[in-house]
Design a protein around this ligand. Sequence first.
Ligand code: PEP
Length: 250
Amino acid sequence: MRKPFVAGNWKMNGSRASIKTLVSGILNGMGRVNNVEVVVCPPFVYISEVAQLLEGSTVALGSQDVAKEESGAHTGKISVSMLTDVGCKYAIIGHSERRPYYLDRDEVVAEKFIAAQKGGVIPILCVGELLEEREAGQTEAVVEEQLQGVVARTGIKALENAVIAYEPVWAIGTGKTASPAQAQEVHAFIRNWVRKEDANIADKVRILYGGSVKAANAKELFSQTDIDGGLIGGASLAADEFINICAAAG
Ligand code: PEP
């Protein structure tokens, strides 16, 4: 039985004041969320502060990225040991806003994934196709290549301690959600791809859907067989909406 999982990716949004309000709203609403692992991923500079606000709660912390290097002369980067030092349990890796714009190619994504696991942080590995790739019938090939980019370097067992997020790029921040059937088709493909290598891991690994999830569409998406929760962008910035999404996963 896979425990449902919902993570909020706050991206580059918020201020000390707005984040305080957001966290307090989330904590107040957690009584409505049953049996769901809830994670928030603030901007780096606010992680410590959010860690303090979350103390004693069941809400976990994640980062939006991590350096592949352990330490040293890497201006502007944040290492895995810094993340664990401030209480981060998860790191989003390979988000589609990073792959093209910040040169997080498959090889870099794999290196970050490996660094995270080595340092005790659980990767949330993002995969997903562009609109033109979907229209050209390449969705499965693209997703497979992105998964293979990591698994070829780590071995399939690494997925035992990771979360996968399927995020069709055309659905992120656009208001266009994949239909539950479209999403389920790709989630089933991913799980079967893992199953070919290891049936036990395929049954255990949580596969999240991300792309314009809202409280209004969450329940139907999360009720699909192979959708184990969501990675939520825009809708994670409003406490009530985020809590409603988390509750829908339970
Ligand atoms: C995301 O950025 O991971 C995401 C899913 O964003 P949104 O929910 O805003 O589409």
